[in-house]
Design a binder for this molecule. Structure first.
Ligand code: URA
Length: 230
């Protein structure tokens, strides 16, 4: 929300006063004087008028979870455990997942209450690389590398996937880097060659790598430096 709108919503100020307060540099956001009426403020912003606190700002929360296979990337599920069940945190209803993984996929999952942060991370335009360790039923041929790089046509969405990086690690294992998050993307790309994915594990999202200290099912808060990577 714009700062002038936030201030006008306060019962104590008229619109006229809001303009003056800003010009007179009496409003501080997160400890800094702000006079721009268009300045964006959020639920996380601390907003002060002289010595009066108008909004304390709720704490932004960011977690990295090592998702185990066999749990659902959703906040609720009638049948299966969800990733949120693994978190021992207050106000879980406030949290959401930044980039889902399939039921049997394991690996790095980010969970937050900051929609702005997660949107940036997950929107296709950001082209955030996501790296997966993949194991397949049959041998992965060298032709996969070329095809994945050229893109694979997904008829359902009527689109061709963005260039993806594939590094062969063994006869049936590889490291895959994709910049989108299409439904079952890695499995469908492998499915182009009729090769079933039997293990899928997300190792990293952009510069953030899954902490090797986290066993499946464990999580930890992100450091401010890690949050600032995105
Ligand atoms: N691609 C898939 O097929 N599944 C995932 O969980 C992630 C990427």
């Amino acid at each position: 929300m714009r700062l002038d709108r936030f201030l006008s919503n306060q019962p104590q100020f008229s619109r006229q006063q809001v303009r003056l307060l800003l010009i007179e540099k009496r409003i501080r956001v997160d400890g800094r004087v702000v006079s721009d009426p268009h300045h964006e403020v959020r639920d996380f912003s601390r907003i002060e008028y002289d010595a009066q606190l108008l909004q304390a700002g709720k704490p932004a929360r960011y977690f990295m979870l090592h998702k185990p296979p066999g749990c659902v990337s959703a906040t609720q599920d009638p049948e299966h455990p969800t990733v949120l069940d693994l978190l021992d945190e207050p106000d879980k209803h406030d949290l959401h997942i930044a980039g889902r993984l399939d039921f049997n996929t394991s690996g790095l999952m980010l969970i937050t209450n900051d929609g702005h942060w997660s949107r940036h991370l997950t929107q296709p335009q950001t082209k955030m690389p996501k790296v997966y360790y993949v194991e397949t039923e049959q041998v992965i041929g060298a032709e996969y590398v070329t095809q994945f790089n050229e893109g694979i046509y997904f008829a359902y969405e009527d689109l061709t996937t963005q260039p993806a990086g594939l590094q062969l690690l063994g006869p049936c294992s590889a490291r895959l880097s994709i910049v989108e998050g299409r439904y079952h993307q890695a499995k469908r790309m492998s499915g182009y060659f009729n090769n079933k994915v039997v293990r899928l594990h997300r190792e990293s999202i952009g510069p953030l790598v899954l902490d090797s200290q986290l066993a499946p099912g464990q999580y930890r808060p992100l450091s401010p430096e890690e949050v600032g990577l995105f």
